[in-house]
Design a protein around this ligand. Structure first.
Ligand code: AMP
Length: 305
């Protein structure tokens, strides 16, 4: 199969209680592509970078066999820059700086060779741009979309319009409550699904995730990561692992969707162990499958009579 990933490619400045970095590779498309590259046979990336984008970062993406025909290099400015600081509990972060730079004029142009993608990841960018991507692809089997509070606040109509073409929306609990205007997550899920997306995943930070397929609800545990170093990119790595697994298996049954949610959780749990995308550079198949099995053991509920 081939998987299309659209989103931001960025440099991030990150501060956590454990350390600080002024400039490290980031962006939603970067994390999604890296995480999905461990499963998908071919990952095609669409995004934009500026004249400061380092050769070594291009090489990193290429080393994971990520196709960069769709990565625009805009020499008129710098790469999108985001700076965030995490609080002591690591669940909350403040955005300290956002410099759109070349991202401001980003027009996602899907190369001809990417248009047949069966699996599409719409990383967190403005909903109308996500919609533009859907207009260019030929009838994909499965579209997953991410978004954030900002777009719920300022572009709600465009968000709802784009949702109509989406199979699975992945958001966190506060976003679900806000989007549905409903405090109860189960009721909120129904309301969000009524907006257009067939399925919904609500991520609960370090407490796991809920998958609503319409047929069933699946509750995935969170992995008890001992060394959380930097949560940046965890949500995107979740999405990448999930969609990468679906692309690899090409199976949209509810059982396989459950597996996909766990593989997403596996990739997110690795992502947070080191700064930026560092940990996603060189995982082994054994590490990934071993952690999947740990997830299984973690949540086995004994039978009662
Ligand atoms: P996550 O931690 O999974 O929510 O994603 C973090 C990534 O999102 C960082 O690497 C940032 O570069 C990127 N990011 C932050 N703000 C935005 C934004 N407004 N649009 C697109 N990407 C963003």
């Amino acid at each position: 199969m081939s998987l299309l990933v659209v989103g931001s490619v960025a440099y991030d400045g990150i501060e956590t209680p454990f350390g600080k970095t002024d400039r490290i590779l980031g962006g939603s498309a970067t994390y999604i592509s890296l995480a999905s590259s461990y499963f998908a046979k071919k990952v095609n990336l669409v995004g934009v970078v500026g004249n400061d984008f380092a050769d070594e970062d291009i090489e990193l993406l290429k080393s994971r066999e990520i196709d960069l025909e769709g990565l625009q290099i805009d020499n008129s400015g710098k790469t999108f820059f985001w700076k965030g600081k995490y609080h002591f509990d690591l669940n909350n972060r403040d955005t300290l700086d956002t410099q759109l730079n070349v991202f401001e004029n980003f027009d996602p142009i899907i190369p001809e060779s990417y248009k047949g993608a069966k699996y599409v990841a719409l990383g967190n960018i403005e909903p109308s741009l996500q919609g533009k991507v859907l207009q260019q692809v030929n009838n994909p089997d499965f579209v997953v979309m991410d978004t954030m509070n900002l777009w719920i606040d300022i572009t709600l109509d465009a968000l709802k319009e784009t949702l109509k073409g989406v199979d699975l929306l992945v958001i966190n609990d506060s976003e679900a409550r806000e989007l549905a205007d409903e405090p109860n997550l189960i009721k909120a899920a129904d309301k969000v699904r009524a907006m257009g997306t067939k399925m919904l995943i609500i991520k609960k930070g370090e407490h796991g995730a809920l998958l609503f397929t319409g047929e069933e609800i699946f509750s995935a545990p969170a992995y008890p990561v001992v060394d959380i170093f930097d949560p940046t990119g965890a949500g995107d790595s979740f999405l990448g692992g999930l969609l990468g697994w679906l692309d690899y298996t090409d199976d949209l049954s509810t059982t396989n969707l459950r597996k996909a949610v766990i593989f997403g959780s596996v990739m997110a749990s690795f992502c947070v162990e080191k700064f930026g995308p560092e940990r996603l550079k060189s995982l082994t198949e054994k590490e990934i499958y071993d952690r999947y099995r740990e997830f299984r053991r973690l949540s086995q509920i004994p039978e009662v009579d």
